[in-house]
Design a protein around this ligand. Structure first.
Ligand code: SAM
Ligand code: SF4
Length: 347
């Protein structure tokens, strides 16, 4: 069978997704394959990050086993993220093996969120593995600003990666974090550029996750309601019924024919139709990006070669999926709502 994206109804279902206590079907797993990264984005990491000891990380084989267990339990979409997923050694081995689940009709989609730095090298291999689209994070088209935001990144490297991804036939969505006083004056131009390149764009409000050293969340926070009303002066945004079960709301842009999404965890409650859980590279499962409750999957994984205990642990965890998150950025309560970094849970 070709590795095309199939709709849920076309899939020979091995099992139906687990339903959580609030009636939500859990069909989407995001997997942070590493907490390491070749960039140090100011809203994501401090410059002197300490990373997890290598021994705590799941091996690629263990990550694959957990992913397969989730697929057996009804997950239909896998997104690999990080840290930077493409800097994990031999990550293509994992991606190739997971891609086979698409061939076998067990998985609808395998995709990645990446900073794009390694795409030039990996784009053709990703397509061969069955990946059809990627999210690439890019907050600015200005070389100096790019350096200021990512600290260690080079814009040319990411633009080269995007070109390679396009050539390889990957559909591309750009993720941009809206940062007050940093890229807010550029967002219109980025939307126009995405239109020319054939990319969709999703804007993200900065979220209060982890200590980032020095930078103040309140100073970075730019409400997307404001950005949207500014964009509407130049573009016609038509509400789209496109949904991913995530925190984004989408609009079609009449002038460019592309789509724009707004991820507004702080100004809009998106939890009612949440379909996802998140696995860290150490085998901890977070049932909600904005809550601290977690479940250890590494112990049941390592306790036995069969997956019974692991699958039971997954079931038990989903039973505890909370109704919603508690993010807050305000002056009274401060801005750190969950202690872990985004690079640990995976954005
Ligand atoms: N390294 C990859 C990348 O940058 O795309 C994948 C991991 S990164 C943690 C995933 C996404 O989270 C990126 O789009 C990044 O901009 C976003 N992100 C990181 N920290 C954030 C924060 N505090 N608030 C909002 N978005 C954040
Ligand atoms: Fe790395 Fe992505 Fe975090 Fe930037 S946002 S530091 S690229 S993990």
């Amino acid at each position: 069978m070709p590795k095309e994206t199939m709709s849920l109804t076309e899939l020979p279902m091995t099992s139906t997704p687990i339903i959580d206590p609030f009636g939500r079907a859990i069909s989407y797993l995001r997997v942070s394959v590493t907490d390491r990264c070749d960039f140090r984005c100011v809203y994501c990491m401090s410059e002197n990050m300490s990373f997890l000891p290598k021994k705590d990380l799941l091996t690629l084989e263990e990550l694959e086993r957990v992913c397969r267990a989730f697929v057996d339990l009804g997950v239909r979409k896998l997104r690999l993220t990080g840290g930077e997923p493409l800097v994990r050694r031999n990550v293509m081995q994992l991606i190739n093996n997971l891609g086979q689940l698409i061939d076998q009709g067990k998985l609808e989609e395998l995709t990645l969120t990446t900073n794009g730095s390694q795409l030039e090298r990996f784009a053709p291999a990703l397509v061969d593995a069955g990946v059809r689209r990627v999210n690439v994070s890019l907050d600015t088209l200005d070389h100096q600003k790019f350096k200021n935001i990512t600290r260690w990144g080079r814009l040319e490297q990411v633009l080269g990666g995007l070109e390679a991804a396009k050539r390889a036939g990957l559909a591309i969505k750009i993720n941009a974090v809206a940062l007050k006083g940093v890229n807010e004056d550029e967002i219109e131009n980025m939307l126009a550029w995405c239109g020319e390149e054939g990319f969709d764009l999703t804007l993200i409000e900065v979220m209060p996750m982890g200590d980032i050293g020095g930078e103040e969340r309140l100073d970075q926070y730019l409400p997307l309601s404001l950005v949207r009303s500014r964009l509407q002066k130049r573009f016609t945004l038509e509400e789209s019924n496109h949904r991913t079960g995530g925190p984004a709301r989408y609009f079609d842009i009449r002038e460019t024919g592309q789509r724009i999404g707004f991820i507004t965890p702080l100004t809009h409650n998106f939890c009612e139709d949440c379909n996802r859980v998140r696995l860290t590279c150490t085998g901890t499962l977070f049932m909600c990006l904005g809550q601290d409750d977690d479940a250890d999957l590494r112990s049941p994984l390592r306790a036995s070669d069969d997956d019974m205990a692991l699958k039971q642990a997954i079931h038990n965890a989903i039973e505890r999926k909370p109704k919603g998150h508690d993010f807050v950025i305000d002056r009274r309560q401060g801005a750190k709502s969950v202690g872990r970094h985004m690079s640990v849970t995976g954005g």
